[in-house]
Design a protein around this ligand. Structure first.
Ligand code: UDX
Length: 465
């Protein structure tokens, strides 16, 4: 089957490479000349484990092609045209649909044979109808249901494991409105029938909403466990075990209950905000999602406040203080910094005059041009190893659970950290990597496990009451 995908960003590229791996013929189109030039040579502009291999295999097999323009020729014979362009957050918080609509216009101008026009990008409910309208207005000779159909097929890919998420998904959701398009999209995903992947066919609006509802629900789980972590710290309970105890209930599930400095990335923050804007426009109360968004924003700020408070308690002059920060990406195995908690936390620390020395496995001292786009990172000091970041710092702070940070040489960390008289060095583990180890050598602070100081403790308060 011939497929044309539009957009060679993260989703477009993974989708193209994986459909090619399924055996389909794929043409990936993007206006970005530099990107397409790189891709045609098998070079990948983003970091995603396994993607380079799939792309070069695809090119070698001649079933994967990259082009900078949609044309009659490109669309000719394509059964499926997939829109996988970005839907960034606009200044109002709504999803910006301009890239999607531009793609739809170009499809209209070049459409020759019947094709199913599928939206893979995350779009507000009702967007597929708008795409169909635009196509019919641009080309009055084309009729939906005769010359083309529209459909929705949201992606649920996690950065860092996108290839396996695509190849072995929990489910595939497809929103259609004709049996012809249902047949074609069923055929597109036929390779997944072999591994018995549930394929859920729905109407288009339902499919569009499933994507937002999934991300909002996952964000809610994270925000929930993060609030439970705060409570655990006050009562002296252990959030890791709370998450385990709660998650073993099959109705709840154990995933997405890892305490954290807040969720980030290209999807959760953008999609929860877009969902809220949509609900406000329609006057529907989504107070739960609203609170999730607010609490996640507060969470990131509170992480910085914890660090400032601990330095203050030690009478460390903030203007002279240095934090050795390990990990700035929003999660491991990606170079993505979009809405990473590190950005908020670093800004807050910098506002107080605290210096931040950063090490991240993907951004080392010699290659951080991409990171420079982010204002928060403009005046950090870049280290080329974790040791360099930590050396003579007033505190170590882990923000991303990269494998490299899971087995740090702790005696070495102890030696490297600044020695302030009799005090143990501060170690902020905001991913709870070391929370099950004895960390007596450090003033160790993780999340949701700290035993409260006596006067603040739950037991003391109970006695007073
Ligand atoms: C997410 C969705 O999982 C995916 O289905 C969707 O298509 C795109 O958005 P991604 O952003 O790549 O994928 O990362 P994910 O692994 O979901 O993590 C998102 C954020 O939540 C990260 O900042 C991560 O650290 C945080 N997180 C995740 C937690 O804080 N706790 C958890 O238990 C899980």
């Amino acid at each position: 089957m011939k497929i044309v995908t539009i957009g060679s960003g993260y989703v477009g590229l993974v989708t193209s490479a994986c459909f090619c791996e399924f055996g389909h013929d794929v043409v990936n189109v993007d206006h970005d000349l530099i990107k397409i030039d790189l891709l045609s040579k098998g070079e990948i502009p983003i970091y995603e484990p396994g993607l380079d291999h799939l792309v070069s295999q695809g090119i070698k097999s001649k079933r994967l092609e990259f082009k900078t323009k949609l044309s009659y020729e490109t669309l000719s014979g394509a059964s499926v045209i997939m829109i996988a362009v970005g839907t960034p957050m606009s200044s109002s918080g709504h999803a910006d649909l301009s890239f999607v609509m531009n793609a739809a216009r170009e499809i209209a101008l070049n459409l020759k044979d019947y094709a199913v026009i599928v939206t893979k990008s995350t779009v507000p409910i009702g967007t597929s109808d708008k795409i169909a309208d635009l196509i019919e207005r641009t080309r009055p000779d084309l009729k939906k249901g005769v010359d083309f159909d529209v459909a929705s097929n949201p992606e649920f890919l996690r950065e860092g494991s996108a290839i396996s998420d695509f190849m072995r998904p929990d489910r595939v959701v497809i929103g259609v409105e004709s049996s012809r398009s249902r047949g074609i999209l069923g055929e597109l995903y036929r390779p997944l029938y072999l591994i018995e992947t549930p394929i859920l066919f729905t109407d288009i609006k339902t499919s569009e909403l499933i994507k937002y509802a999934s991300n909002a629900f996952l964000a809610t789980k994270i925000a929930f466990i993060n609030q439970m972590a705060d409570l655990c710290e006050c009562v002296g309970a252990n959030v890791v075990d709370v998450a385990k105890g709660v998650g073993l209930d099959g109705r709840i599930g154990k995933k997405f209950l890892h305490v954290s400095p807040g969720y980030g990335g290209s999807c959760f923050p953008k999609d929860t905000t877009a969902l809220l804007r949509l609900s406000q426009d329609l006057n529907v109360n989504l107070s739960i999602v609203h609170e999730v968004v607010e609490s996640n924003t507060r969470r990131k700020e509170q992480m910085a406040e914890r660090v400032v408070k601990a330095l203050d308690e030690r009478d460390i002059n903030l203007k002279n203080a240095v934090i050795g920060l390990l990990g700035i990406t929003f999660k491991p195995n990606t170079d993505d910094l979009r809405d990473a908690p590190s950005l908020t936390i670093i800004s807050k620390l910098r506002e107080k005059g605290i210096s931040v020395r950063v090490y991240d496995p993907i951004y080392n001292a010699y290659d951080y041009s991409k990171a420079k786009e982010y204002e928060a990172l403009n005046d950090v000091v870049w280290a080329s190893s974790w040791e360099e970041a930590v050396k003579e710092s007033d505190a170590l702070m882990i923000l991303t659970e990269w494998n490299e940070f899971r087995a740090l040489d702790l005696p070495k960390v102890r030696l490297l950290l600044s020695k302030k008289k009799d005090r143990k060095p501060l170690f902020f583990d905001f991913r709870n990597i070391y929370s099950s180890l004895p960390m007596e050598e450090f003033d160790y602070r993780c999340l949701g496990k700290q035993i409260a100081s006596k006067s603040d403790s739950y037991e003391e308060n109970q006695k007073v009451a």
